[in-house]
Design a protein around this ligand. Structure first.
Ligand code: ATP
Length: 754
């Protein structure tokens, strides 16, 4: 027993909570017309998730809710709960009892619950599909719908059969997979479109990045060139510095030496200039000699005079001695007379030159005075020999003194002369030395000029080197800016000047020159390539990542589309195989039940393909219009055809059957379907209405056999049917318009049904 209970509350005419327990394999619901029996069948549809309001005789959701009556107000919600025994896990949930509940509110909102937990309709539908209680409701036959399956088209029939065969779950899965596939395809399209949108930008960025990469390569190349260049240039500058320093040393030293020499020569010259003092002493000596000589000469003359005087005195004395006393003659020296004459000549000159007689007189007087004076003096000369010997002695002294002095002077003259000659000799020698010094100085100065000129050439080279060094530094700075710090690391990884190569060699300089040319070329190219590399790379990386991500997404989508496609194909195969197998089985039973019902005849189901014309999409339609083509396309759909042929009658096909015959045929098919894959319960709402007594019996027999596989709920007015039920519910409706439920006995039921 699967179906345990049905609870209605506010559903249609069941305003109050009504509970139906299904403790029997067959339960009959009986009651007068309009009491609400069919509402119970609809309550089943409702709780099992029926979405067609029409099949529940409603137009909108609120038609399911008790709408009030003269004695009772309308309600705001209707709920129906069905309880299944799930020990056998007929429903795929881990509960031994499963209660499904559906509630509808006046605003049309529906709620679904499984064991009190709210779920989605989809969950309910899937849960039930696994238990062959599908949404097509093939197991709930409403009033007047006994021949529904016969009236349906081949496609609907196929669906009903799928439902009955429990294949709906595959169908759902297939639909779900198809929906997923469709979504996946949509995603593929949108991802593809995103990629397409991204593509031109990516291409552009790729080109930019190529440029940036080229610039990067150029920078690397530039860095390498720079390092080589700097390494060699550094060596070159150092070499040049050393060369110049070496070149400067000898001339500088020589210059120093020459200066020293020059100083020496100057000194020599200065020294010779000091010859002046010696000249002075020479002069001094000359003076000394002259003076001594003059004095000597004067002394000699004096000596001569003295000797003369002595001689004269001696002669005088001798004469005086000879004349003495005899003639009283006095001797007057001539010099005295010359002296008197001298004095008087002046007076004569004065007298002769003047006309004035007083002057003449004065002259005469004075002449007289002079003569008188002379005579007086001469008379006074007495004792001459005494005086004369005194004179001789005095003169002798004088002579002696003069002679001594002359000797001294001679000595002095000799030494002065000696000194003079010596000095003179020195001076002569010095003179010769200073001429040599002058010559030397001239030579030294000439050499100095030569050296200075050499040095200034070196200095010019130093200036040139300084400029080169400046260039080197500037280039270093530029290299750092253009090629990054790595370019400056030339000391560790750089040039190719080998040990035995001179960095200043012509060959090396040419190499450096070529390198610089190459550097300049790259610099220009770098400048042309522009900047902003980092941003471009970042953007490119992002765009690329996005593209890779999208590509991966596409791959994933393609993979999942493939999986889904495979799944769908599998499901289709499964559906196809199981459907065909199921149909074959149903066919067997159908034939069996049909011959029971009709006492023979033939009935079968046939899987057919139907070509349907389907209107094409608008776009295709437009295209076709232009081409003058068809606006419909053929679609092949698989369906079920029913073939019947009644015994003893020549009629074939469903259309020829009477109402009762149709009912019987569809009941046979329904039962056949239920036998092959029995649903847990079947509800038949007055399916027996059209049957006569004999057929009612056959119907009753079939019901009993069917009850072995499915629980049956039979809404009926048929006594025969009632008689087969193990449990009977009576439904009544009083004047208040509310259905009431009561458990009744068979007899009561017969009574109620009336
Ligand atoms: P029959 O034997 O003639 O087939 P029945 O017993 O099956 O009759 P139902 O068709 O189930 O009767 O019941 C119909 C009754 O339910 C009507 O009286 C109708 O007014 C009532 N009914 C239907 N919907 C509602 C509703 N929303 N509120 C109140 N009553 C309703």
């Amino acid at each position: 027993m699967h179906l345990k209970r049905l609870e209605l509350s506010g559903f249609k005419s069941f305003a109050k909570k009504s509970v139906l327990d299904f403790n029997s394999r067959i339960t009959s619901i009986v009651g007068p017309n309009g009491s609400g029996k069919s509402n119970i069948a609809e309550a089943f549809r409702f709780v099992l998730g029926e979405q067609s309001l029409k099949s529940m005789r409603g137009k909108k959701g609120e038609d399911m809710i008790f709408n009030g009556s003269s004695s009772m107000g309308r309600l705001n919600r209707a709920s129906v709960k069905v309880v299944f025994d799930n020990i056998g896990k007929m429903l795929n949930v881990d509960f031994d009892e499963v209660a499904l509940e559906r509630v509808v509110h006046r605003d049309g909102i529906n709620e679904y619950f499984v064991n009190g937990t709210q779920v989605r309709l989809k969950d309910i539908v899937e849960l039930l599909a696994g238990a062959h209680i599908g949404a097509t409701g093939h197991h709930i036959i409403s009033q007047g719908e006994a021949d529904k399956i016969l009236n349906s088209n081949i496609r609907e029939r196929r669906e009903m059969l799928e439902d009955a065969l429990g294949l709906k779950i595959y169908e759902y899965k297939k639909k779900e997979s198809e929906a997923k596939l469709e979504k996946t395809e949509e995603n593929v399209k949108s991802v593809e479109s995103l990629r397409r949108e991204l593509s031109p930008r990516l291409k552009f960025l790729e080109k930019q990045v190529e440029k940036v990469e080229k610039a990067r390569q150029m920078k690397i190349e530039l860095g390498q060139l720079y390092r080589e260049y700097f390494y060699d240039e550094d060596l070159y500058i150092a070499d040049q510095k050393k060369l110049l320093a070496d070149a400067k040393k000898p001339p500088a030293e020589e210059l120093k030496m020459l200066e020293k020499k020059l100083r020496e020569q100057k000194k020599i010259l200065e020294e010779s200039g000091k010859g002046g003092s010696r000249g002075n002493s020479l002069m001094h000596l000359e003076e000394r000699i002259k003076k001594a000589r003059d004095e000597r000469e004067s002394l000699n003359r004096n000596l001569g005079r003295i000797e003369g005087e002595i001689d004269a005195i001696k002669r005088n004395m001798e004469r005086s001695a000879r004349m003495a006393g005899a003639n009283g003659v006095s001797t007057v020296p001539l010099t005295d007379l010359e002296g008197i004459y001298e004095r008087m000549r002046e007076l004569f000159d004065e007298g002769e030159g003047s006309e004035n007689p007083s002057v003449t007189k004065s002259v005469l007087r004075r002449v007289r005075e002079i003569i008188v004076g002379f005579i007086t003096a001469a008379k006074n000369k007495k004792d001459i020999p005494i005086e004369q010997s005194a004179d001789i002695s005095r003169l002798g002294d004088e002579k002696k003194k003069a002679e001594e002095r002359i000797l001294v002077l001679k000595a002095e003259e000799g030494s002065a002369e000696e000194e003079y000659l010596k000095i003179k000799d020195d001076i002569d020698k010095e003179k010769a030395g200073s001429v040599e010094a002058e010559k030397n100085m001239l030579r030294i100065m000439a050499r100095q000029r030569e050296i200075v000129s050499d040095l200034s050439a070196i200095r010019a080279n130093e200036d040139r080197l300084a400029v080169e060094e400046e260039d080197f530094k500037r280039e270093l700075y530029e290299a750092g800016m253009l090629a990054g710090r790595a370019a400056l690391d030339y000391k560790n990884s750089g040039g190719d000047t080998s040990q035995d190569q001179c960095p200043s060699s012509k060959e090396q300089r040419q190499k450096q020159h070529d390198r610089m040319k190459q550097i300049e070329r790259i610099k220009i190219r770098l400048e042309e390539s522009g900047t902003g590399g980092e941003d471009i790379i970042k953007e490119f990386t992002e765009a690329k990542e996005r593209d890779v991500f999208l590509a991966k997404e596409l791959q994933d989508l393609a993979a999942s589309a493939e999986t889904l496609g495979g799944l769908i194909a599998d499901l289709e195969t499964k559906l196809d195989v199981e459907f065909k197998e199921g149909v074959a089985k149903i066919n067997e039973k159908f034939q069996e039940f049909f011959s029971i019902m009709f006492g023979g005849g033939e009935a079968s189901l046939m899987v057919v393909k139907e070509q349907r014309r389907k209107k094409k999409g608008l776009l295709e339609e437009l295209e076709n219009d232009e081409l003058g083509g068809e606006n419909f396309e053929e679609e092949s759909a698989e369906g079920i055809e029913i073939n019947v042929s009644l015994p003893r009658k020549k009629i074939k096909g469903l259309v020829m059957l009477s109402g009762g015959e149709r009912a019987l045929a569809s009941i046979a098919l329904l039962f056949a379907m239920s036998q092959v894959n029995p649903p847990p319960f079947i509800i038949l709402d007055e399916t027996d209405a059209a049957l006569d007594e004999a057929n009612s019996k056959k119907y009753g027999d079939m019901i009993e056999s069917l009850a072995k596989v499915s629980q049956l709920i039979l809404i009926t007015h048929n006594r025969e049917t009632m008689s087969r039920a193990g449990m009977l519910y009576g439904v009544t409706m009083g004047a208040e318009g509310v259905s009431k439920l009561l458990s009744v006995s068979f007899d009561e039921a017969v009574e109620v049904a009336k």
